[in-house]
Design a protein around this ligand. Structure first.
Ligand code: SAM
Length: 281
């Protein structure tokens, strides 16, 4: 017989009690920065129920206990399960056009003495964003002969990073890049496509939780932090963009997602285009 503290087995395999959901929300916020609204209850259930089955646990309470003792492997799987990884090649294409037409010509002049270009894709998901950046850089490489050009691509989610590092994509995803850019891919026997080594070699993929201390010291000419902070509350966004601004100098570029803004979040940037910012003195 069920007791009030045991999950009730009704039509569903497990019951996510109010107190379970409250604790899970707290743990998600603590470990990823993501704030889950009440509306995300179904999503939490469907994403985590797979973990319960895999671990052969009886209820969400047992799963929460495992997370509370900070089991490192499970915390990683937990973050992997909760994050939303939607992305695409050349998503918000105006950002990439701005790079080609405005930012890269300016950086070519500005960094002529150091001959160094650093780009960070923060929250890179399965890699489409950093590979889009790398394709643009390859296309503009005549501006940067012999330069030290690198893209750092980071995400909290180890699964999406593994996918990104492989650089293999289905035909329907690659179609988005257009005929002109098909040359940056090799077609595989099974119909999928692999990003060519000269594009891959510009990128270093690393696991990084934006809520944790960062090993990077700064010097990023360009930062893409797009469609990541939509899941964070205001105080977390303020803290994150404060830290991001520490990694940039005057005139460096920051690109955010189409529904994101720095209004009342960070006053160290000037809005110079649609969701495009430069670092102020
Ligand atoms: C919706 S995707 C956006 C991908 C890409 N930037 C774009 O705009 O297409 C958001 C990504 O942010 C990552 N993310 C969420 N919270 C994070 C955190 N605390 N640290 C690092 N990455 C995080 C997720 O794993 C996910 O891959």
């Amino acid at each position: 017989m069920n007791t009030p503290t045991r999950p009730l087995r009704k039509d569903r395999e497990f019951v996510l009690r109010d107190e379970d959901f409250a604790e899970i929300r707290e743990l998600v916020k603590l470990h990823t920065g993501i704030s889950l609204s009440d509306a995300k209850r179904e999503l939490v259930y469907s994403r985590l129920v797979r973990r319960l089955r895999k671990l052969e646990l009886e209820n969400f309470g047992d799963y929460i206990e495992l997370l509370r003792v900070a089991d490192a492997t499970e915390l990683e799987e937990f973050a992997n399960a909760i994050t939303t990884n939607l992305t695409a090649f050349f998503r918000e294409n105006h950002h990439f056009e701005f790079l080609t037409q405005v930012a890269l010509p300016l950086l070519e002049k500005r960094n002529a003495a150091t001959r160094r270009l650093r780009v960070w894709s923060a929250g890179c998901s399965t890699g489409e964003e950093p590979y889009s950046l790398a394709m643009v850089l390859r296309e503009e490489m005549s501006r940067f002969p012999g330069w030290d050009v690198k893209i750092l691509a980071t995400d909290i989610d180890s699964h999406v990073l593994a996918h990104a590092a492989k650089g293999v994509y289905s035909a329907d995803r690659v179609e988005r890049v257009g005929a002109k850019r098909a040359r940056w891919f090799t077609r595989n026997g099974d119909g999928s496509y692999t990003v060519k080594p000269e594009v891959q070699s510009l990128i270093a993929f690393r696991q990084l939780n934006l809520m944790s201390p960062w090993p990077m010291r700064g010097g990023f000419d360009i930062i893409f932090c797009r469609n990541v902070v939509i899941y964070f509350d205001k105080p977390t966004q303020i803290e994150l963009f404060g830290r991001i601004s520490e990694l940039q100098g005057v005139g460096d570029y920051l690109f955010v997602g189409h529904s994101e803004s720095l209004f009342k979040v960070c006053d160290r940037y000037d809005l110079i285009g649609k969701t495009i910012f430069t670092r102020l003195p």
